[in-house]
Design a protein around this ligand. Sequence first.
Ligand code: NAI
Length: 706
Amino acid sequence: MALNLEAVGQKIGPVKKDYSWKDVILYALGVGAGFDEIEYVYEKDLKVIPSFGIAAIFEFLSHIAAKADVNYAGILHGEQELFYHSPIPTEGTMVTEGKITDIYDMGEKKGAVVVGESVTCDANGRRLFTSVIRLFCRLDGGFGGKPAPGSKVEIPERAPDFEDEAQPSADQPLLYRLSGDVFQLHVDPEFAKMSGFDMPIMHGLCTHGYACRSLIKNLIPGEPERVHRLSCRFSRPLYPGDPIKTQIWKVEDGKAVWRTINSKTGDMVIANGIFEYGDIPKDEIRFDDKVAIVTGAGGGLGRIYAKDLAARGAKVVVNDLGGSRDGSSGGSATPAQQVVDEITAAGGTAIANYDNVATPEGGESIVKAAVDAFGTVDILINNAGILRDKSFIKMEPENWQAVVDVHLNGAYHVTRPAFAIMREKGYGRIIMTTSAAGLYGNFGQTNYSAAKMGLVGLMNTLKLEGKKYNIKVNTIAPLAASRLTEDIMPPELFEKSKPEFVSPLVLFLCSDRCEVSGNIYNAGVGVFNRAAVVTGPGTVIGDDAKWPAIDDVAAGFDKISSLKNGKEYEELNACVGDIINAFSAPPQAGAAGASDASGKFTEAAAVFKAMPGAFNPDAAKGVNVVFQYNISGDKGGDWVCEIADGACRISEGTHDKPTCTLGMSDTDFLAMINGELPAMQAYTSGKLKIGGDIMKSQLIEKLFKL
Ligand code: NAI
C-alpha cells in the first residue's frame, strides 16, 4: 500500500485521554522507577516524569501512522522532540490536536519519514506540551519525494559529565506496554521475527523514559516540573534485559546533550539527545496578535474588558456613543477617548470610535474602524447597552424600540460585518451580553428582558454557522456595579460588584483557549456558573398516527412538565431526532439464533440488527456521518450505518460516499464486538482497516453501547 501523501497538513484530533494517578505510577514503573525515586511511584506528593506525556498520547501517535497509511511491519519511532509549557498534572484529561507536517523519502530500500506535530492541552485548554515525532517507515520509501534534512547534535569531546547505569528487566516491555503502546513488535515473538528482529524489542519510548529519569536525577534532582525540552533520535533497537547507560554533557546553563548506550554491545541506542531545563515561563493567556472590538466600552464593564484585553496584548477598538443611561441624549467622544488614553498610558494599543451600534451604518463603521487601524477583527464583545424600565402597560413603543435597537439590533449590526471577516480568516470569538432579567425575568424590564433573550437566540444559531470557521460565540450575563445598576442593586452588593470580577471569564471566552461555543455564563462578585435551556424527557402519548386527546394531555401533564433527567440540545435537529426516535423500536440484544448461550454475537448480521437499539442519541448531537462496514467471511457482509439528525439508520449494502470505511474479517469483527479484541489493537495490528475520515471512526464507541 502506498503512503497517503495527501495526509500532509490535514488536522488530526482532538484525541482525548483521561488518566489517573495510577496511570502516572504505572508509567513510572514501566520506565524503571522504584523506591529510590518514591516521588514517581507513590500517590502521596506524586510527581510526573515528563516523558509520561508522550506515552499518554500514544493513541494520537497511532493516528499519525494510520493517516499516512504506513506499512506497520516496517514502522519504528525515529525521533521525538518534546517541549513543555506547563508541568503535567498527576491526573486529568489530555486533549491532543495536530497534523502531519512532512513526509520524506529516504529511497526505495531505505524507507520514509513521516513527521507529526501536535499540541497537548489539559481539559481547560492549558497547553502542557508540544510533540514533534518522526516515524521511520522502513518499508515505505521510493515514492519520489524529497529526502529528510539531516540534523546532528554535537557531543563535546571530553568524558561525560554524568553517566547513569540502568538495568531494564528482560520483561520490561510487558510492563511498559500497559501505558498504551501495545504494538506487537514489543510482545509477540512471531511478529518480531516477521519484522526482522530475533525477539520482541524494547519500546524506544521506554528507554527514553529511563533516560529522562537519569537526566532529572543528575541535573535537576527532584524537580521534574522544570524540564523544558527533551529531544532525541532512536538509533538502534535494544533487546529487553540489556543494560544501558545514559551519558550526559552539560553544555550551558539550563542545557545538556545526552545519549544512551547499550552497555553490553556498546551500540548507541538513543542519539542526538537535547535536554533543556529551568523555570518554565508561565503559559499566560495572551492576545498579542489579536484585534478586539468592545462596544459600549466608555464606562462600566466594557471599559474593563477593553483595558484587560489591551493589557494582554490585544489591539482594541473602544467604541462608545457616550450617551445618557437611557440613550435619549446625544453622544460625547469623551468616555471612549478617556479609556483609550488609559490604555495607551499603560503601554497598550487602542483607538476610540463613537459610532452608534443601533444602526446598520454604525455597525459597519465600527468594524471598518478596526480594519482601517489594525487590519482585521478577531474578537467582538457586544456590550453596549441602555435601560428604559417601565411596567408593561406603560411600556410605550419608543421605549420598547430604543432598548431593542441598542441591545439586540445593535449586536446584529456589529456582528454581521465582523462575522464576515472572521469567517474569511477562519477564526473568531464573539461575546453577546445577556442579563439575568432576560434569563429569569425582572419586573419592569419587558423590553430589556426580551432584547437580552433575543441575544441568546442569536448566539444559538450563530454558533452553528460559525462552527466550521472556528468562530466561537458565547454569552455572558454579568452582575456588576455600573451606572446601569446603581439604583437597581442593593448598596452592599453594588459596593462589592466591581466589573473586574466579570472580566476574567469574558477574556477567557475571547481567548484561543476557549473551546466552547453556544454557552451562557453568569458572572459577578467572583461567582461563576453556566445557565442553559434544558428539555425534559417528557412523555409519548398514543402513537404517532392518532392525535392525543386533551384529557390524555391533562393526565400526563406532570410527566410533560418534569425536567428530571432533562438535557440540553446542541441544535434543532438533535431535538427533532429525539422526537423521531421516541417512536422507534426499543433496544434489542443480539437477535435470536445469532448469539450464543453467553449472549455473544456469532454473526455480523445480528450486530447490525442490534445497532439501532444500542444507539445513544445524546452522543450524536451535531454528528452527520456514514460508516461503511465491509465484513469479509461467511458470517460477514456489507452494511451502511447513517447517523444524521440525532437518529441512526442501518441498511445492508454499500454507500457511494461513506465518511469512513471499516474493513475486517468476520472472526475479528465478532471478537472485537464481543470485547475479546480491543479496537485499538485491531487497528494497530492491521486487522481493522479504516479508510476515509479515520477520526470519525472514533465516534463509533461513543455512539453505540453494544
Ligand atoms: P454602562 O452604562 O456603564 O455601559 C454601557 C455603555 O454602552 C455606556 O458607556 C454607553 O454610553 C454605551 N452605549 C449605549 N448605547 C450605545 C450605542 N447605541 N452605541 C454605542 N455605545 C452605546 O453599563 P454596564 O453595566 O457596564 O453594562 C454593559 C452591558 O452589560 C450592557 O449590555 C448591560 O445591559 C449588560 N448588563 C449589565 C449588568 C450589570 O450588572 N451591570 C447586568 C446585566 C447585563
